[in-house]
Design a protein around this ligand. Sequence first.
Ligand code: NCD
Length: 411
Amino acid sequence: MSSTIIAGRFVNPEREWTGQIRLEGGTIVEVGEQLGSPDVEFGEDCYVFAGMGDIHIHARDDQSETQTYKEDFRTAAAAAVNGGVVQVADMPNNPVAPIDDASYRAKQQHLAARNVPIQVTLYAGIGPGTRPLSFAVPYKAYMGPSVGDLFFSTLADLDETLAHYRGQCVSFHCEDPELLEQHKSAATHEQRRPAECELSATRFALQMIEKYELRGKLCHYSVGEGLPLIRAARAKGLDVTCEVTPHHLYYDVSDLTDENRGWMQMNPPLRDIADRKAMLAALHDGTLDYLATDHAPHTLEENAAGISGQPHLDTYGEFVTWLMAEQGFTARQVAAFCAENPGRFVNPYTAPLKFGRIEPGYVASLTVLNLARPTTIRRENLKTKCGWSPFEGVTFPGSIEAVYIRGERHK
Ligand SMILES: NC(=O)N[C@@H](CC(=O)O)C(=O)O
């Protein structure tokens, strides 16, 4: 079996070191100081991370193929590799939602036929009246309306359904449907979906996680006032983790203009500068566990017409270099929220493959960032089928030097 020795500066959450690793048969088989003459050597400007994972994406691909004009599993995978991402978890708000054994299996087969190089974990949807599948999957519950038909009109309905999901892994889109309804005629998108909707939904999600002993996750978190609630829930022993997106860390309502309002629209919406700063601080202190993009591709025409969601997979790794060079995040922190924590989230479903660490036995997927070579994001370099990025024209301080997927170099 052919083996590859890589030399460079490696990073896990607990340490950063210079040395070598050996990849064989798609797996990391050895980690040491001097294993032999290296096949590849990354210089001192580079950081070699375990392959990064984005556990909140919308690949838009299902058996109906009605949304594949804006993305499919192949183009989403290409965008992921372009952004340095080796494993993703795909959301269920498709026209044919995977909500039971049969529809989930059909989506798995559809995915397998696309033959993509990256690992894709599929969420199953929770909607009114659904029941758990007969095998282990991660679930997603949309509390209120967003994009697609999979949502609840009242929190009481969600409670009733969740009673059947005791002990399961459930991710929550936190926006209270009844409060959204009260604000629906406000003037702007962010006024129609104010922070209090997310805050109220957070309280409810935490209650559900406690009541039904869920392995809970809060998606695309954006409200500063909610962070103490999450910390308190953890202090009480609840199993709850939390995502944050690039857009909620980079933009706030002060960035909105008449010209960009269409494509700067997403759910939950951009918040105040204080919220954005609170998200950065909470990613620093570990209250937020995952950098997860909520990659939500739509055509620019659809965004202009009022649909919510931005594409972000292509720029994942470059965005991370901004966190490191301009927001003071250490490589070890990045290894936690981009690799190990997302790996820990999907590993129950990816056996025998283990993602997220540079360690013998883990998959030989790696993301190598170069902190000395800036990148300007340009439309022609994107792989997402929707063909645009909110970061077009932005220069990030670093770039993606290499991506390895199961031992093979893909970039
Ligand atoms: N976040 C969004 O604004 N849009 C998502 C749906 C969602 O995650 O709410 C989409 O599927 O387009």
